[in-house]
Design a protein around this ligand. Structure first.
Ligand SMILES: [Zn+2]
Ligand SMILES: [Zn+2]
Length: 362
């Protein structure tokens, strides 16, 4: 079959790779119909060797599709339309039972370096025609019948990671209806946090970014104010003015680097919470918490890696009820064979590109 492979710094290639099969009774093999390229894939693209990626490693942790083959304990059947969690989850360990699937004792991340394959066996990338899914009974979710169908795939794919991640930050920060939320970053996760904040009933939603096209999408998805500025004093003023002089109850920082954390402190209300969802620290840009501000204004810091599929049932319910529709976050759809072009479009932040979806078999 065909699958996207990492070849070295800033080089990926679609190549012939081994067909996956059932290796364990709990496995399923999924025929991928749509797979996302994630901002975190760009970190691999730019510096994969630093994370242990070898040439030939397969990428992609966001995918939906149809069950092709299922082991006797997979809990799904061939033909089922499913969405996968970004990482495997057993559903039984103490962490899974607490909704903390990021710490599942059998956690493995799809499409990450083999060092994350704790479960044993390949947990390959989803940017391919087929992918083996271990622990399928809890790692896969059947799509509701009402949402099945090719025309809804662009609404479903973003739930797998970006909507779940944005929702995780908002939830970890305890976001309440009527609150104000400021989102730093206008990438897909930033847009997801904006959209999620609206679904949680936030009254004032500010999005900070530097791409006019994405800020326009942010407004369409729920932002009540967009700011394109690199001046923290100017940002502080604008956010205060928009939030009754107080600042935002919740700041979602989708970058989580040194500069963005300073901006987060400038936006957050006294007693408020900063939720860090970005990965800049993976690249050595360790965010500095302003401990003086933290102490004197009682600022909490939360966020982190998304807990797998924990939010999928809730998000699917919101999608079914028409309260969210993240489809506008996907700006481009390309055949799998054009995956390298998809990476280039995203890595170069080409105008009009927010997120690229790959469609194997098209
Ligand atoms: Zn992702
Ligand atoms: Zn578990």
């Amino acid at each position: 079959m065909r699958g996207l492979t990492f070849q070295g710094t800033r080089e990926v290639r679609v190549a012939d790779v081994p067909d996956p099969g059932i290796a364990d009774p709990g496995d399923a093999v999924v025929r991928v119909t749509m797979a996302g390229i994630c901002g975190s894939d760009l970190h691999i693209f730019n510096a994969g060797e630093a994370f242990g990626f070898q040439p030939g490693a397969r990428l992609g942790h966001e995918f939906i599709g149809t069950v092709e083959e299922a082991g006797p304990e997979a809990g799904v059947r061939p033909g089922d339309r499913v969405m996968a969690s970004v990482s495997t989850m057993c559903g039984e360990c103490g962490f899974c039972r607490e909704g903390k699937a990021y710490a599942c004792v059998r956690w493995s991340m799809f499409g990450w370096a083999p060092r994350t394959w704790r479960h044993g066996g390949d947990v390959q990338g989803g940017q391919s025609e087929f992918v083996r899914v271990p622990l399928a009974a809890t790692t896969l979710h059947r799509m509701p019948e009402a949402l099945a169908g090719e025309d809804r795939e662009a609404s479903l794919l973003p739930l797998v990671d970006v909507m779940s991640t944005g929702w995780h930050g908002l939830t970890a920060a305890g976001t309440q209806a009527g609150w104000s939320v400021a989102v730093i970053g206008d990438g897909a996760v930033g847009l997801a946090a904006v959209h999620g904040a609206r679904a949680k009933g936030a009254e004032r939603i500010v999005c900070l970014g530097h791409h006019p096209d994405r800020l326009e999408t942010a407004t369409a998805l729920g932002a009540t104010l967009v700011i394109d500025s690199r001046d923290d004093e100017e940002i502080r003023e604008a956010v205060r003015e928009h939030t009754g002089g107080e600042g935002a109850h919740v700041v979602v920082d989708t970058i989580s680097g040194d500069a963005s954390m300073a901006t987060a402190h400038a936006c957050v209300r006294a007693g408020g919470t900063i939720a860090c969802l970005g990965m800049d620290h993976f690249m050595g840009k360790v965010p500095g918490i302003n401990w003086f501000d933290q102490f004197t204004r009682n600022i909490s810091v939360t966020g982190g890696l998304v807990p797998g599929a924990v939010y999928l049932p809730e998000l699917l319910g919101l999608l079914e009820a028409g309260r969210i529709d993240p489809a506008p976050m996907l700006s481009h759809r390309l055949p799998l064979e054009d995956a390298a072009e998809g990476y280039r479009l995203m890595a170069e932040r080409v105008e009009g590109v927010t997120k690229v979806a790959l469609q194997p078999g098209r």
